[in-house]
Design a protein. Sequence first.
Length: 271
Amino acid sequence: MPDVEPASESAPSLTMEERKAKMAELRQKRAASTKANRASLVEESAKAQITARDAARLEKQRKLAEVLRSKADAEDRGEPDAVERAKNWEWTIEENDNWEKKKARKARRADYEFHDDAHAARRRYKKDLDVIKPNLAEYNRQKELAMGLAPGSLTLFNPSDPSSSQVCVPIPMMVPTAAEQRLAAENLYRDANTLIYGDSKPSEDAIDRVVSKINKDIVKKSKFSRKRPDEETGDITYINEQNRVFNKKIARYYDKYTAEIRASFERGTAL
């Protein structure tokens, strides 16, 4: 049996220059493949976005066509308000009340004019409540002690879940004593004659939320700049918007006669 020569001996050896050229060729192929893959990925992503956008647009047009068709049919039947009534039937009394409250709240907050200090303070307080919400669970725990209920009687109540029960069956063994109830009631319902002061110990999370809110207010205040429409550079010769418009009309006709007199007054050389 003849001897078989090793593969390393039969394969031709490559020089260093040939190895470098082959490595450069492989790198070029890898770069071209990466570029082609990225271009294909961008193209597919753009097609997917266009498809989703077109689908949303077509769905919106379909709903609009259905509404217009329903209104046209209602007008043909002599009931132009039938579509609006049918739409209103889908709302419950609670949803309607919440919607009316939301509209009234939005109308109140749309009033950006300054009325008095009390109005500005209340407006600021209402806006802060949206960010710093009260801890209802802790309040319910304090209320349980003040009312003499067992722990968990009110804390299990979830205001956002109508199916949850506000008062559960208390456990007699865990009901607070009369002394604990009296002390809790004095702490929770304090009046002007109480001597208890400064004993509140907020949690770390509550402190962090307040600090975050203060920092946001500082940043917002540093970037705030009231925009004055049609504000002209120079001296302010008006006290409100109506007075500014009136002064501008007067200046249009009389500035050419009074410019020299005003300049003399400013220089102090007027006779």
